[in-house]
Design a protein. Structure first.
Ligand SMILES: Cc1cc2nc3c(=O)[nH]c(=O)nc-3n(C[C@H](O)[C@H](O)[C@H](O)COP(=O)(O)OP(=O)(O)OC[C@H]3O[C@@H](n4cnc5c(N)ncnc54)[C@H](O)[C@@H]3O)c2cc1C
Length: 426
């Protein structure tokens, strides 16, 4: 009988559960430790409770959408990719469907379906699961690892740290893995919020003038304080009571965080919003000219309402102190130019982002230069593996982060098992 467990996985998010499954599939005696009273709490709230389980487009696309070190993932995806995830779930009775931009969801529209399949697989593979058991320390001896929890000291040949990042900490991801990793000599890229709403103190925000207004598929360009373009992102935008949200705001957020850090003396950064990117300035100018011409006797306020999102036209009129009851025929060339600029180059000043507690994903984490890319083993010490958001990896929203969690989990678990099964029996 072996007293030493082959593989202990710390954390039961998607990365930890998949690591435990991959280790057990190799024949390793596997124990999964979770400090919460149940597994996968973040997984259950992901994708608005529907779990955007992966993305159907190729791995190159996934890497492109992983601005936080996506290129590190080439050898991980060569072993276990988005297609492996799709096969894994469909072959276990979880029907998946593809939505816009390749996003894959369970047909049930319930994250629980995904979690239930993972739990059934853990039972089938005889994985020991322990909930409400928080790991407080890890210790390396000459022959094995000790995993110290509040209740006991567990001996293992290999351990997988799958404790997640530190965003939305009420799900259990409180950054414990960073402490464990630093304790054994790893370095940390300081965590920061990503895929998080932007804050603004512009008067239209503080006065709630556009609160709740949504713009479809617009383009946001972020500039640094010297006027240099930082990045451009496209997608839907939502104006909130504190700033900007929606997919495009989330996509640009990590660049806001990094640019603010580069210019700590600045209070805000300029963003220019193109609310109508399908038509260029000249086409839009011609469009408005014809709209005002054909409604020559109508008040411009009403004409704007027909063609612009609700309240956006009124804000334009008040910003430029224009008479809302001016008739279409009275519109000047100057006003037409101002209107086109308003629609295509709407300026918003952002003061930063909401914090880690509201961020979908944590940027930063365990430095990848200290991780073996093919096995996800520590390069600093033997028998220790990392997976998921605890690593310095982060992606845009669209199923990419859970893909990263599952794929790195599978690779770390499999190699941890191979390492453990080579060790002398304890
Ligand atoms: C609201 C929201 C929606 C999201 N939607 C999507 C989406 O639709 N698609 C997508 O791809 N991504 C989404 N994400 C991101 C995705 O959920 C995460 O990237 C993913 O869950 C990370 O998986 P993980 O296993 O690395 O970590 P986590 O899921 O964070 O799991 C870590 C686990 O480790 C446990 N743990 C931590 N410390 C200890 C300890 N000391 N001892 C024992 N256990 C410990 C925690 O309790 C937790 O259960 C969303 C995130 C949020 C917050």
């Amino acid at each position: 009988m072996r007293d030493i467990i082959d593989v202990v996985v710390i954390g039961s998010g998607p990365s930890g559960i998949m690591a435990a499954i991959a280790a057990a599939q190799q024949g390793a005696k596997t124990l999964l430790l979770e400090k919460g009273d149940r597994p996968g709490r973040k997984l259950l709230i992901s994708g608005g409770g529907r779990c955007n389980v992966t993305n159907a487009r190729g791995t190159d696309h996934i890497i492109e959408n992983t601005p936080g070190n996506g290129r590190f993932l080439h050898s991980v995806f060569a072993q276990w990719s988005n297609e492996s995830i799709i096969d894994f779930f469909t072959s276990r009775g979880v029907a998946l469907k593809e939505e816009d931009r390749g996003r894959m969801f369970p047909v049930s529209n319930k994250a629980k379906t995904v979690l239930d399949a993972l739990r059934r697989e853990m039972v089938a593979l005889d994985i020991q699961e322990s909930y409400g058991e928080e790991v407080v320390e890890i210790e390396q001896t000459k022959t094995h690892w000790n995993v110290v929890t509040r209740n006991r000291k567990i001996q293992t040949h290999a351990l997988v740290i799958a404790t997640g990042g530190c965003s939305v900490p009420q799900t259990g991801s409180t950054g414990d893995g960073y402490r464990f990793a630093r304790g054994i000599g790893h370095t940390l890229v300081a965590p920061y919020p990503t895929s998080v709403p932007l804050t603004s103190e512009d008067s239209f925000i503080t006065q709630g003038k556009l609160q709740g207004l949504a713009f479809r598929d617009c383009v946001l360009t972020l500039f640094d304080p010297k006027g240099k373009k930082v990045t451009k992102e496209q997608g839907d935008l939502l104006v909130t009571h504190f700033g900007l949200s929606g997919p495009v705001a989330l996509r640009i957020s990590q660049y806001v965080v990094k640019t603010m850090a580069k210019f700590p003396q600045e209070r805000f950064l300029p963003i220019v919003v193109d609310t109508n990117p399908t038509l260029n300035q000249e086409e839009r100018f011609a469009f408005w000219q014809s709209a005002f011409h054909s409604s020559a006797r109508k008040a411009i306020r009403n004409i704007l309402r027909e063609h612009l999102p609700d309240r956006f036209g009124e804000l334009f009129l008040s910003e430029y102190s224009l008479d809302p009851y001016l008739e279409g025929a009275q519109v000047s060339q100057k006003m037409l130019k101002q209107l086109v600029a308003w629609e295509k180059e709407w300026p918003v000043q952002v003061t930063g982002t909401l914090g880690l507690e509201k961020a979908t994903v944590t940027g930063g984490g365990i430095h990848l230069k200290e991780i073996e890319p093919t096995t996800l083993a520590s390069k600093i010490t033997l028998g220790c593996y990392f997976c998921g958001e605890v690593l310095d990896l982060h992606a845009h929203t669209g199923g990419y982060n859970i893909t990263v969690a599952f794929s790195t989990g599978y690779v770390a678990g499999r190699h941890a098992a191979e390492y453990a099964l080579y060790q002398p029996l304890g």
